[in-house]
Design a protein. Structure first.
Length: 201
């Protein structure tokens, strides 16, 4: 496992399935970017096989618990040699490899902005039929800033039109940086987010 969770990652994934079921959550979102870079030479094909095998027990556990598993589109980071699911051509085959309607996609608009820039609508259209949940935030296409919608460079009109035309009926879930808004400002900030959400949908 590459990254900060180390050897405990599988335990955390298992607990996430259990917690999702306990809360009655419809989906558990996962990053399908696991890989043993030290023992195996990286390739998209090797990463696909690795992530399928890695997540299969948790997909099966989630399905029995009535929880869907939604893999999230990601973006490459400078801290690792490669990151699987940063390309549509990697994410969709991973979803399809489980051959289960219980495995879908969580579309992260901010990640897609970093990965694809102005091409996000085109990539979104490719993934649309698999999308069952979302992470909504904005950025300048250069870093994952988690800004409110309309504070960055995402073309929300194009993206929302594609999502609506695909028949998407799920929620728009904000993934906004927290802890920086003073208590005095928070009520107005939340109202602004609510207004932005209604404008998007």
């Amino acid at each position: 496992r590459y990254g900060k969770w180390g050897a405990n990652h599988k335990l955390y994934v298992e607990r996430a399935v259990e917690a999702s079921a306990a809360m009655g959550a419809e989906f558990m979102v996962a990053h399908g970017d696991e890989f043993d870079y030290e023992k195996t030479e990286y390739s998209p094909e090797a990463a696909l096989a690795y992530n399928h095998d890695y997540f299969l027990p948790y997909v099966e556990k989630a399905e029995k618990a009535g929880v869907g598993v939604a893999f999230e589109n990601l973006f490459c980071e400078s801290t690792r040699p490669a990151r699987f699911c940063s390309e549509i051509e990697e994410l969709l085959p991973l979803i399809e490899s489980f051959d289960s309607g219980n495995v879908t996609c969580c579309w992260d608009f901010g990640h897609a902005s970093v990965s694809f820039g102005e091409a996000q609508p085109e990539k979104l259209a490719q993934a649309a039929k698999y999308i069952t949940c979302t992470h909504v935030h904005d950025n300048d296409t250069r870093s994952d800033e988690h800004l409110p919608p309309f504070f960055g460079r995402i073309d929300w009109k194009k993206c929302m039109d594609i999502l609506k035309n695909s028949g998407y009926g799920g929620t728009l879930s904000y993934e906004i940086v927290h802890g920086k808004i003073p208590p005095e400002v928070a009520p107005d900030f939340v109202k602004m987010l609510a207004s932005a959400g209604r404008t998007l949908y």
